[in-house]
Design a protein around this ligand. Structure first.
Ligand SMILES: O=P(O)(O)OC[C@H]1O[C@H](O)[C@H](O)[C@@H](O)[C@@H]1O
Length: 273
Protein backbone atom coordinates (compact mmCIF):
# COMPACT_ATOMS: atom_id res chain seq x y z
CA UNK A 1 0.00 0.00 0.00
CA UNK A 2 2.98 2.36 0.32
CA UNK A 3 3.73 3.98 -3.02
CA UNK A 4 7.51 3.76 -2.65
CA UNK A 5 9.67 0.61 -2.75
CA UNK A 6 11.40 0.16 0.59
CA UNK A 7 15.09 -0.42 1.06
CA UNK A 8 15.81 -3.22 3.53
CA UNK A 9 18.22 -2.06 6.26
CA UNK A 10 18.35 -4.81 8.90
CA UNK A 11 16.48 -7.60 10.64
CA UNK A 12 15.64 -6.79 14.28
CA UNK A 13 13.81 -10.02 15.18
CA UNK A 14 12.35 -12.81 13.02
CA UNK A 15 9.16 -10.81 12.37
CA UNK A 16 10.56 -7.29 12.74
CA UNK A 17 12.82 -5.28 10.44
CA UNK A 18 14.12 -1.81 9.80
CA UNK A 19 13.45 -0.50 6.30
CA UNK A 20 13.78 2.85 4.58
CA UNK A 21 11.06 4.55 2.51
CA UNK A 22 12.66 7.43 0.65
CA UNK A 23 14.03 9.57 3.53
CA UNK A 24 12.07 7.89 6.33
CA UNK A 25 13.22 4.90 8.42
CA UNK A 26 10.39 2.52 9.21
CA UNK A 27 9.85 -0.43 11.53
CA UNK A 28 8.04 -3.21 9.67
CA UNK A 29 6.18 -5.94 11.56
CA UNK A 30 5.35 -9.00 9.50
CA UNK A 31 3.76 -11.37 11.98
CA UNK A 32 1.11 -14.13 11.84
CA UNK A 33 -1.36 -11.65 13.44
CA UNK A 34 -0.88 -9.20 10.58
CA UNK A 35 1.32 -6.49 9.13
CA UNK A 36 2.14 -3.07 10.54
CA UNK A 37 4.49 -0.29 9.45
CA UNK A 38 5.61 2.45 11.83
CA UNK A 39 7.68 5.47 10.80
CA UNK A 40 10.42 6.36 13.30
CA UNK A 41 9.69 9.95 12.38
CA UNK A 42 6.73 10.62 14.62
CA UNK A 43 6.32 7.03 15.96
CA UNK A 44 3.69 7.22 13.30
CA UNK A 45 1.70 4.05 12.60
CA UNK A 46 1.17 4.14 8.82
CA UNK A 47 -0.30 0.79 8.04
CA UNK A 48 -2.07 -1.96 9.96
CA UNK A 49 -3.69 -4.94 8.37
CA UNK A 50 -4.66 -7.73 10.74
CA UNK A 51 -4.72 -11.18 9.11
CA UNK A 52 -8.53 -11.39 9.09
CA UNK A 53 -9.10 -8.20 7.06
CA UNK A 54 -9.03 -7.87 3.27
CA UNK A 55 -8.20 -4.14 3.40
CA UNK A 56 -5.84 -2.04 5.44
CA UNK A 57 -7.52 -0.50 8.49
CA UNK A 58 -5.65 2.77 8.04
CA UNK A 59 -5.61 5.22 5.15
CA UNK A 60 -2.31 6.54 3.81
CA UNK A 61 -2.04 9.13 1.05
CA UNK A 62 -1.01 7.61 -2.27
CA UNK A 63 0.94 10.80 -3.03
CA UNK A 64 2.92 10.80 0.23
CA UNK A 65 6.59 11.57 -0.59
CA UNK A 66 8.13 10.44 2.77
CA UNK A 67 10.37 13.45 3.39
CA UNK A 68 12.16 14.05 6.68
CA UNK A 69 10.76 17.06 8.50
CA UNK A 70 7.40 16.93 6.68
CA UNK A 71 4.39 15.43 8.45
CA UNK A 72 3.21 12.22 6.79
CA UNK A 73 -0.39 12.33 5.52
CA UNK A 74 -2.33 9.33 6.82
CA UNK A 75 -1.99 6.56 9.41
CA UNK A 76 -2.01 7.71 13.03
CA UNK A 77 0.11 10.85 13.44
CA UNK A 78 0.80 11.71 17.07
CA UNK A 79 -0.08 15.39 17.48
CA UNK A 80 1.85 16.46 20.60
CA UNK A 81 2.51 18.48 22.75
CA UNK A 82 -0.21 20.67 21.27
CA UNK A 83 -3.12 20.19 18.90
CA UNK A 84 -3.78 22.53 15.97
CA UNK A 85 -2.11 25.80 15.10
CA UNK A 86 -1.82 27.41 18.54
CA UNK A 87 1.96 27.20 18.16
CA UNK A 88 4.37 26.22 15.39
CA UNK A 89 4.72 23.65 13.90
CA UNK A 90 1.05 22.82 13.48
CA UNK A 91 -0.05 19.87 15.68
CA UNK A 92 3.23 19.95 17.66
CA UNK A 93 6.76 18.82 16.89
CA UNK A 94 6.36 15.15 17.84
CA UNK A 95 5.07 14.06 14.42
CA UNK A 96 8.15 15.49 12.66
CA UNK A 97 10.68 14.40 15.33
CA UNK A 98 12.64 11.16 15.38
CA UNK A 99 11.51 8.66 18.03
CA UNK A 100 13.37 5.55 19.16
CA UNK A 101 12.17 1.97 19.20
CA UNK A 102 12.85 1.58 22.93
CA UNK A 103 11.34 -1.85 23.60
CA UNK A 104 9.58 -4.72 21.90
CA UNK A 105 8.06 -8.03 22.91
CA UNK A 106 6.89 -10.50 20.33
CA UNK A 107 5.04 -13.72 21.10
CA UNK A 108 3.03 -16.12 18.93
CA UNK A 109 -0.18 -14.24 19.72
CA UNK A 110 0.81 -10.60 19.62
CA UNK A 111 3.54 -8.03 19.17
CA UNK A 112 4.13 -5.02 21.39
CA UNK A 113 6.40 -2.20 20.25
CA UNK A 114 7.28 0.86 22.34
CA UNK A 115 8.56 4.12 20.87
CA UNK A 116 10.01 6.94 22.98
CA UNK A 117 10.57 10.62 22.29
CA UNK A 118 13.54 12.29 23.99
CA UNK A 119 14.29 15.98 24.44
CA UNK A 120 17.52 17.60 23.19
CA UNK A 121 18.99 16.91 26.64
CA UNK A 122 18.07 13.21 26.38
CA UNK A 123 15.17 13.21 28.82
CA UNK A 124 12.09 11.20 27.98
CA UNK A 125 9.13 13.34 26.90
CA UNK A 126 6.61 10.78 25.72
CA UNK A 127 6.15 7.10 24.97
CA UNK A 128 3.69 5.31 22.72
CA UNK A 129 3.19 1.58 23.10
CA UNK A 130 1.52 -0.31 20.26
CA UNK A 131 0.10 -3.81 20.69
CA UNK A 132 -0.96 -5.71 17.60
CA UNK A 133 -3.12 -8.83 17.76
CA UNK A 134 -6.63 -9.20 16.27
CA UNK A 135 -6.96 -5.63 17.49
CA UNK A 136 -4.53 -2.74 17.70
CA UNK A 137 -4.03 -0.84 20.94
CA UNK A 138 -2.12 2.43 21.05
CA UNK A 139 -1.23 3.74 24.49
CA UNK A 140 0.34 7.18 24.85
CA UNK A 141 2.07 8.38 28.02
CA UNK A 142 3.18 11.95 28.74
CA UNK A 143 6.32 12.38 30.89
CA UNK A 144 6.88 16.17 30.84
CA UNK A 145 6.29 18.49 33.80
CA UNK A 146 4.31 20.95 31.68
CA UNK A 147 0.76 19.96 30.77
CA UNK A 148 0.36 18.91 27.15
CA UNK A 149 -2.28 18.17 24.55
CA UNK A 150 -2.27 15.08 22.38
CA UNK A 151 -4.27 13.65 19.49
CA UNK A 152 -3.87 10.16 18.09
CA UNK A 153 -5.04 11.47 14.75
CA UNK A 154 -6.29 8.22 13.16
CA UNK A 155 -7.07 8.21 9.43
CA UNK A 156 -9.33 5.24 8.70
CA UNK A 157 -9.46 3.55 5.32
CA UNK A 158 -12.98 3.35 3.88
CA UNK A 159 -14.29 2.18 0.50
CA UNK A 160 -16.23 5.38 -0.23
CA UNK A 161 -17.09 8.39 1.93
CA UNK A 162 -20.71 8.63 0.68
CA UNK A 163 -22.36 5.60 2.29
CA UNK A 164 -20.33 5.41 5.50
CA UNK A 165 -21.76 6.44 8.84
CA UNK A 166 -20.07 7.02 12.15
CA UNK A 167 -22.06 5.80 15.15
CA UNK A 168 -21.83 6.70 18.81
CA UNK A 169 -20.78 10.35 18.52
CA UNK A 170 -22.58 12.93 20.68
CA UNK A 171 -25.12 15.32 19.14
CA UNK A 172 -23.17 18.47 19.93
CA UNK A 173 -19.65 19.51 19.03
CA UNK A 174 -17.40 22.52 18.50
CA UNK A 175 -17.18 23.29 14.78
CA UNK A 176 -13.59 24.38 14.11
CA UNK A 177 -14.56 25.78 10.70
CA UNK A 178 -17.12 28.26 12.11
CA UNK A 179 -15.54 28.43 15.58
CA UNK A 180 -19.02 27.85 17.01
CA UNK A 181 -20.66 25.12 19.06
CA UNK A 182 -23.14 23.20 16.95
CA UNK A 183 -25.92 20.60 17.18
CA UNK A 184 -25.23 17.74 14.77
CA UNK A 185 -26.91 14.45 13.83
CA UNK A 186 -25.74 11.14 15.25
CA UNK A 187 -25.03 8.73 13.56
CA UNK A 188 -23.13 11.14 11.32
CA UNK A 189 -22.42 11.00 7.60
CA UNK A 190 -19.98 13.11 5.59
CA UNK A 191 -21.08 15.20 2.58
CA UNK A 192 -18.95 18.32 3.05
CA UNK A 193 -15.79 19.62 4.74
CA UNK A 194 -16.19 18.64 8.41
CA UNK A 195 -13.83 19.59 11.23
CA UNK A 196 -15.42 19.08 14.64
CA UNK A 197 -14.17 18.61 18.17
CA UNK A 198 -16.51 16.57 20.35
CA UNK A 199 -16.32 16.34 24.13
CA UNK A 200 -16.58 12.66 25.05
CA UNK A 201 -16.70 10.56 28.20
CA UNK A 202 -13.59 8.70 29.42
CA UNK A 203 -14.41 5.39 27.78
CA UNK A 204 -16.43 6.33 24.69
CA UNK A 205 -16.68 3.93 21.74
CA UNK A 206 -17.42 4.91 18.15
CA UNK A 207 -18.05 2.77 15.08
CA UNK A 208 -17.38 3.42 11.41
CA UNK A 209 -19.91 1.40 9.43
CA UNK A 210 -18.63 0.72 5.90
CA UNK A 211 -21.26 -1.05 3.79
CA UNK A 212 -19.01 -1.51 0.75
CA UNK A 213 -16.04 -3.06 2.54
CA UNK A 214 -18.72 -4.76 4.68
CA UNK A 215 -16.96 -4.01 7.91
CA UNK A 216 -17.38 -2.16 11.12
CA UNK A 217 -14.37 -0.44 12.67
CA UNK A 218 -14.74 -0.10 16.44
CA UNK A 219 -12.77 2.72 18.04
CA UNK A 220 -12.64 2.58 21.85
CA UNK A 221 -11.06 5.59 23.50
CA UNK A 222 -9.64 5.29 27.04
CA UNK A 223 -9.02 8.41 29.16
CA UNK A 224 -9.67 10.72 26.22
CA UNK A 225 -11.57 13.98 26.66
CA UNK A 226 -12.26 14.60 22.96
CA UNK A 227 -12.81 13.05 19.58
CA UNK A 228 -11.92 15.09 16.52
CA UNK A 229 -13.92 14.24 13.41
CA UNK A 230 -12.36 15.44 10.16
CA UNK A 231 -12.72 15.09 6.43
CA UNK A 232 -11.49 17.99 4.24
CA UNK A 233 -13.80 17.13 1.32
CA UNK A 234 -12.60 19.25 -1.65
CA UNK A 235 -10.49 21.63 0.42
CA UNK A 236 -6.91 21.51 -0.89
CA UNK A 237 -4.81 19.67 1.70
CA UNK A 238 -1.05 19.16 1.61
CA UNK A 239 0.07 15.62 0.83
CA UNK A 240 -3.41 14.59 -0.33
CA UNK A 241 -4.67 14.15 -3.90
CA UNK A 242 -7.93 15.77 -5.09
CA UNK A 243 -9.64 12.38 -4.69
CA UNK A 244 -8.00 11.52 -1.37
CA UNK A 245 -10.92 12.61 0.81
CA UNK A 246 -13.18 9.93 -0.70
CA UNK A 247 -11.47 7.00 1.00
CA UNK A 248 -10.62 8.39 4.45
CA UNK A 249 -12.24 9.65 7.58
CA UNK A 250 -10.47 10.80 10.73
CA UNK A 251 -11.91 9.85 14.10
CA UNK A 252 -9.23 11.02 16.51
CA UNK A 253 -8.53 10.20 20.17
CA UNK A 254 -7.59 13.42 21.91
CA UNK A 255 -6.90 15.26 25.13
CA UNK A 256 -7.63 18.89 24.21
CA UNK A 257 -10.21 20.13 26.75
CA UNK A 258 -8.41 18.25 29.53
CA UNK A 259 -4.65 18.43 28.81
CA UNK A 260 -2.37 15.65 30.03
CA UNK A 261 -0.60 16.10 33.37
CA UNK A 262 2.70 14.37 34.04
CA UNK A 263 2.31 10.54 33.80
CA UNK A 264 -1.18 10.73 32.29
CA UNK A 265 -2.00 8.15 29.65
CA UNK A 266 -4.53 7.98 26.86
CA UNK A 267 -5.31 5.01 24.64
CA UNK A 268 -7.29 3.84 21.69
CA UNK A 269 -8.22 0.25 20.87
CA UNK A 270 -9.19 -0.41 17.26
CA UNK A 271 -11.06 -3.56 16.22
CA UNK A 272 -12.48 -4.60 12.89
CA UNK A 273 -15.49 -6.87 12.52
O1 LIG B 1 -2.87 19.45 7.82
P1 LIG B 1 -2.62 18.96 9.21
O2 LIG B 1 -1.77 19.90 10.02
O3 LIG B 1 -2.09 17.55 9.22
O4 LIG B 1 -4.03 18.91 9.94
C1 LIG B 1 -5.07 18.12 9.44
C2 LIG B 1 -6.33 18.34 10.27
O5 LIG B 1 -6.10 17.85 11.56
C3 LIG B 1 -7.20 17.89 12.47
O6 LIG B 1 -8.19 17.00 12.13
C4 LIG B 1 -7.74 19.30 12.58
O7 LIG B 1 -8.96 19.31 13.30
C5 LIG B 1 -7.96 19.93 11.23
O8 LIG B 1 -8.28 21.30 11.40
C6 LIG B 1 -6.73 19.80 10.37
O9 LIG B 1 -6.98 20.34 9.09
Amino acid sequence: MLNIQPQFIKQIAPTLSLQQYNEIPMIVLDHPVGQAIISLQGAHLLSWQPKHTAQNVLWLSEVEPFKLGTAIRGGVPVCYPWFGGKSSPSHGYARISMWQLSDYQITEDNATLAFSLFSDDDLIEAKITMTFSDSCELNFKHYGVENAEVALHSYFNIADINPISVEGLPTSCFNSLTQQPEQVPSPRQVAENIDCIYAISNNATHHIVDPIYQRNIEISHKNASNTVFWNPWHKATSGMSEEGYKTMVCVETARIDKPLSQSDQVSVIIKVA
